[in-house]
Ligand binder design. Structure first.
Ligand SMILES: [Ca+2]
Length: 520
């Protein structure tokens, strides 16, 4: 099956998108009296396209992942002054399971939990490139690394000439701010933020942090501050929020904690003393030579206790406890942020989304950090609280991506996504109104050689399986996640799984070919 240009093959993803689009068209018809029952339909709002245009858009885009948000469904529907405020809390390497609402046995994260308890929590959320700078570029643009050209943590002083969703919000009257760890192309300082307080590095000094501050697109020199880095940033964010304004705001609060080197806030120096830290079942796989793992995995310099690494992960207990304590510090900060919103009486007028740039290995296969396509590295939290659109306590298990964040925030603001965006708004899914959703998705990682020497790889993740290819050395990993969620048993090359392997390889090739490659 081919798209109208005769070039790009129709894939599961694009078929899903097409059906998704046609379903939305049905919703449009309902408004016009064409029938099709759809209660609680998120599309029960003015639409700016006719059914004919809709189908044309859908067909034109069907052969490409560019189609993801190709449909101008919600071109500015809200009148000025009625738009909700938006807060995007973007955790740093925050694992999906490190929330008490996700059942964590040790961590207490009541403020994070509140977002999910009073909103929606997506239990299968993923990043598409588990590395700081490319992930941050992807959430700002709603596009894969391959399409933004921001592939790795290198060349981060280079501007990213793709519109951010925040640029689009600003165009329709939002005050926009980025506060905390930027660490993306140009540090995002090339944008005309109404307020900017950030740094463009993996991490700043935890106790004497260095930030640059700016207004209306003019950013001043870096200055050193006293205090725990993200507390300093939050103070600045709260001061900005407290300023009188007529316009709605969009605040990106992006803490750096708990990024290595894992320095804790003073009040958490003795947290977890005497607490036993569970050891992952695969922690001792190194002693057995990492059974089934390819050389590309084994040779990556991301193992706890390796001397080469300056981030000083000396023991499992140390790295895990410091990481947890960092997340507790962030949780405290969210409490302060929410109190501010409540004191101002705007908590329910503000849509709050929480996610993370990537996950984090905490001793699985003796690894720390991220980059690899294994579950601890790619799974992230994803929660949205906005009671005007989302029923409290909603839990969804469909696979959602970091690419979905930009279209989601745009939809809440009533702004049409760019057609180049490759994610989908999560709002229909949260409202149980998305009867089709992705069943598979593409992952890619590029940075090599470099820090940790994780070889480039890409892969496909379905609801039950994963196939990874380290394509520069032609090594593979394949897992049946439904039976082996810890990815301990590499099935690649085993004759009894040949059919699965063949199918996943074909699907991976098709997904990879769909995503436009930007020459950066
Ligand atoms: Ca990161």
């Amino acid at each position: 099956m081919h798209g109208p240009d005769g070039a790009a093959p129709m894939t599961f993803e694009s078929v899903n998108l097409l059906v998704f689009a046609l379903w939305r068209t049905g919703a449009a018809d309902q408004e016009k009296g064409f029938g099709m029952e759809s209660k609680n339909d998120p599309s029960d709002r003015p639409l700016d396209t006719t059914r004919r245009e809709f189908v044309q858009h859908s067909l034109a885009a069907a052969g490409s992942v560019w189609a993801s948000s190709a449909l101008p469904l919600h071109a500015e529907t809200a009148a000025p002054g009625q738009k909700p405020n938006l807060i995007f809390i973007y955790g740093e390497g925050h694992r999906w399971d490190c929330l008490s609402i996700a059942g964590h046995p040790i961590l207490k994260t009541p403020n994070h939990d509140r977002i999910g308890r009073e909103g929606v929590r997506f239990t299968n959320a993923f990043c598409t490139n588990a590395l700081c700078a490319p992930a941050r570029s992807s959430v700002l643009t709603g596009m894969y690394s391959k399409s933004t050209g921001a592939l790795d943590n290198k060349e981060i002083d280079k501007p990213l000439d793709v519109p951010y969703f925040t640029d689009m919000l600003q165009e329709v009257g939002y005050d926009i701010a980025l506060v905390g760890k930027a660490h993306c192309r140009a540090g995002a300082k090339d944008r005309k933020w109404d307020y900017y307080f950030g740094f463009n590095a993996p991490v700043t000094n935890y106790y004497r942090p260095v930030f640059a501050e700016g207004r209306k697109g003019v950013v001043g020199p870096e200055k050193t501050y006293q205090g725990y880095a993200d507390d300093v940033a939050l103070d600045k964010a709260l001061a900005w929020l407290a300023e009188p304004r007529e316009k709605p705001f969009c605040l990106l609060y992006w803490p750096q904690t708990p990024h290595a080197p894992f320095y804790r806030d003073r009040r958490h120096l003795d947290l977890y003393n005497g607490v036993a830290i569970p050891k992952p079942s695969t922690f001792d796989d190194d002693l057995k030579g990492w059974p089934g793992k390819p050389k590309a995995f084994i040779e990556a310099k991301n193992k706890i206790g390796t001397l080469e690494n300056p981030d000083a992960t000396r023991s499992l207990e140390e790295v895990v406890k410091d990481y947890y304590a960092g997340l507790v510090a962030v949780d405290d900060m969210l409490g302060r942020l929410f109190k501010h919103l409540e004191d101002k009486g705007i908590m329910d007028d503000t849509a709050i989304i929480h996610s993370s740039d990537h996950g984090y290995f905490l001793g699985e296969f003796r690894c720390f950090d991220k980059r690899l396509m294994h579950e601890p590295s790619i799974r992230i939290p994803m929660m949205v609280r906005y009671p005007k659109l989302i029923k409290p306590g909603t839990v969804k298990d469909q696979m959602v991506l970091d690419l979905d964040i930009a279209p989601t925030l745009l939809e809440i603001a009533g702004v049409a996504p760019r057609k180049e965006m490759q994610g989908k708004s999560l709002i229909p899914l949260a409202q149980n109104a998305a009867n089709m959703w992705r069943k598979e998705w593409f992952y890619d990682y590029y940075e090599y050689p470099g820090y940790e020497d994780v070889r480039p790889h890409h892969g496909i993740r379905t609801e039950t399986h994963k196939l990874m290819h380290y394509y520069t050395v032609d090594e593979w990993e394949m897992y049946d996640l439904s039976r082996d969620p810890e990815e301990a048993n590499n099935l690649y090359g085993k004759p009894e799984y040949a059919a699965t392997e063949k199918h996943l390889k074909a699907e991976l090739e098709r997904l990879a070919a769909q995503i436009p490659q930007r020459q950066s």
